[in-house]
Design a protein around this ligand. Sequence first.
Ligand code: PRT
Length: 107
Amino acid sequence: MTMFSLTDLEKIVATRAMAEPDQSWTAKLVRGGQRKAAKKLGEEAVETVIAAIAEDRQNLVCESADLLYHLLVVLKIADVPLEAVMQELQRRTAQTGLSEKANRRDP
Ligand SMILES: N=c1c2ncn([C@@H]3O[C@H](COP(=O)(O)OP(=O)(O)OP(=O)(O)O)[C@@H](O)[C@H]3O)c2ncn1[C@@H]1O[C@H](COP(=O)(O)O)[C@@H](O)[C@H]1O
């Protein structure tokens, strides 16, 4: 069995974004606009943090899934393809996180 990937979920999100809002959470979020979708993403991030701190592994899995799904919806609304994020992550593999932080210029 091939592993389900974020790219697969990105395609589902793109398809469901065009569905009727009363039949799809994705469509409802997309029609509601970025402010609401991003707020939902923030809530899911907080719930993920709480699960991590509570050392609740099962809940951490569920909240992480909610978080990644809502991130893909926010990227969809912003018209940012997952590929752009992956390219940025790939670019960063050229250096360690610590050296990136040390070389960062503060605004
Ligand atoms: N992965 C997800 C996914 N994760 C979470 N959610 C929904 O996100 C919503 C918000 O989650 P919460 O736990 O915060 O629920 P809640 O507290 O009741 O939310 P509120 O009513 O308080 O806003 C729920 O309705 C979840 O069902 C998701 N909805 C959809 N997907 C994927 O998107 C596909 C298409 O879904 P639809 O767009 O609904 O057809 C699905 O088959 C899945 O693959």
